[in-house]
Design a protein around this ligand. Structure first.
Ligand code: UD1
Length: 441
């Protein structure tokens, strides 16, 4: 069942949304990629560290960003939209208060408020975060870095509570490469006393983007993008104007969608270097990819070759592209093998692709995909954000009608996905159904 939002009027109504895809159309023309979700959800809470307003450009219109902005508003920040993708945030009126439970629970990245509220108020209370269900998502490395910097941390009644009168620079070795823990460590250390050295840090493009944003506010961070990041604490961070990088995963998703429909399209507003882990695999199976300064042209072919891929931290093949690649390989020649190297349970969508006729067997973290001649449209459910993107790709590449439920997952992280696909020739519509839930009770 879809569940997006409820509205209280004199009747209680639940609004259900689905994507309906009539597949088989080639994707052509061009598409403009939005700002990066995973950079935006780190940079927006980072504004709390400034003592002046900040203006952010290239902010994607996605639900995770909307939730971040609602949290900031609840805390007291003043937010103005300059245009659809540019916002000014004044963090000065923010009050020392817990992050509201329901908002924190609805996304993973709410845990970045831990570091930023701690740095500003010496104290933070943030409910345990939500986000996609990809298996166990521990926070031990986050707590390890807060403790190393001098904070006391506890988790009680579902709330993470951290406090520290002073944060001191330190050396932190991450036992596991973690995007979230690297970001939280940078955010907590940027105004700590002295030098912090992060070792075995994550290297994703959005880590570099966050470091660039913080440096533009007066921070002193070196080495972001390598596995050793050095942060010299500063006393204050001033306001800044900053443009968020393009979304590597949204671009990769469109690359695969074009390839899957045997289309030919230009993907604009990208950083081709960030896409190399994806581009190299697509070229290997026979997709034509041409790189320009800030765009990429993808030309799809008839049948693709099989491949063996393991997802790895950057610069390896991103786990967030794994479901979309699997969808493409369901129609490739021969047997492909995909190993998930980051998460324990990221193949739940395989059941949904099987409904469409895919031949996938999953054993733990390994999926074996036997290419089939064709898929058939079917009613399916998005089990998480990138799984939802994979189902869209499968639906676009097959004749017949695919109905995707639970699209709220997709809208957490893709900016106007259906509109962008329609402009490229896809037959995809969003259908909204309202139900009076009082009748059901
Ligand atoms: C981020 C992305 C997510 C992406 C993932 C991997 C955001 C908001 N989310 O998630 O879309 O799928 O990177 O690229 O940016 N781990 C621990 N202890 C910790 C933290 C993580 O053991 O304290 C483990 C996790 O279980 C996982 C691995 O480290 O096996 C990577 O997790 P991490 O990089 O932290 O992922 P997220 O930051 O949650």
């Amino acid at each position: 069942m879809d569940r997006l939002l409820t509205e209280n009027t004199d009747q209680e109504v639940i609004v259900l949304e689905k994507f309906i895809i009539n597949g088989g159309n080639r994707l052509t023309g061009e598409v403009e990629i939005s700002g990066a979700k995973n950079a935006a959800v780190a940079i927006i809470p980072a504004v709390i560290l400034a003592d002046e307003p900040c203006t952010l450009e290239n902010v994607p219109s996605i639900n995770d960003v909307a939730i971040d902005l609602r949290i900031l508003r609840e805390l007291g920040a003043e937010i103005k939209f300059v245009n659809k993708s540019t916002i000014t945030i004044d963090p000065r009126p923010i009050r020392d208060m817990p992050v509201p439970y329901e908002l924190a629970r609805s996304m993973r990245a709410s845990y970045y408020f831990l570091a930023t509220l701690l740095s500003r108020f010496k104290h933070a209370q943030v409910p345990m975060p939500g986000g996609c269900d990809l298996g166990d998502r521990p926070m031990d490395q986050h707590l390890k870095c807060f403790r190393s910097l001098g904070a006391k941390c506890s988790i009680e009644h579902g709330i993470v509570d951290i406090r520290a009168d002073f944060l001191f620079g330190t050396q932190i070795y991450f036992d596991k490469v973690s995007v979230g823990a690297t970001i939280n460590a940078m955010l907590a250390a940027v105004k700590a006393e002295g030098l912090t050295i992060l070792e075995n840090a994550a290297k994703e493009p959005h880590i570099v983007d966050l470091a660039n944003f913080l440096n533009s506010m007066g921070a002193d961070i070196m080495g972001a993008g390598t596995d050793v990041i050095k942060i010299k604490g500063v006393n204050r961070l001033h306001g800044a104007e900053y443009s968020i990088i393009p979304d590597q995963i949204e671009a990769g998703t469109f690359m695969i969608a074009v390839a899957a429909t045997k289309g030919d399209a230009l993907i604009k507003n990208v950083i081709p270097k960030h896409l190399e882990p994806i581009t190299s695999k697509l070229r290997k199976i026979g997709v034509v990819v041409m790189e320009y300064d800030d765009s990429i042209r993808v030309i799809g072919q008839g049948k693709y070759d099989r491949i063996t891929v393991k997802t790895m931290p950057h610069p390896g093949f991103p786990t967030d592209m794994q479901p979309q690649l699997t969808a493409l390989l369901t129609l490739a020649k021969g047997t492909s093998i995909i190993t998930e190297g980051i998460w324990d349970n990221r193949f739940r969508y395989a059941d949904e692709l099987r409904r469409m006729g895919a031949d996938i067997s999953v054993d733990g973290k390994v999926a074996v995909i036997e290419g089939v001649d064709h898929l058939t449209g079917a009613p399916v459910k998005a089990t998480d954000l990138r799984a939802g993107a994979a189902l869209i790709i499968a639906g676009l590449s097959t004749e017949g009608t695919t109905e995707i439920e639970d699209i709220y997952h997709i809208e957490r992280g893709y900016d106007n996905m259906d509109g962008k696909l329609r402009a490229m020739g896809a037959d995809i519509v969003k259908r909204t159904v309202s139900e009076n839930i009082r009748q059901a009770i």
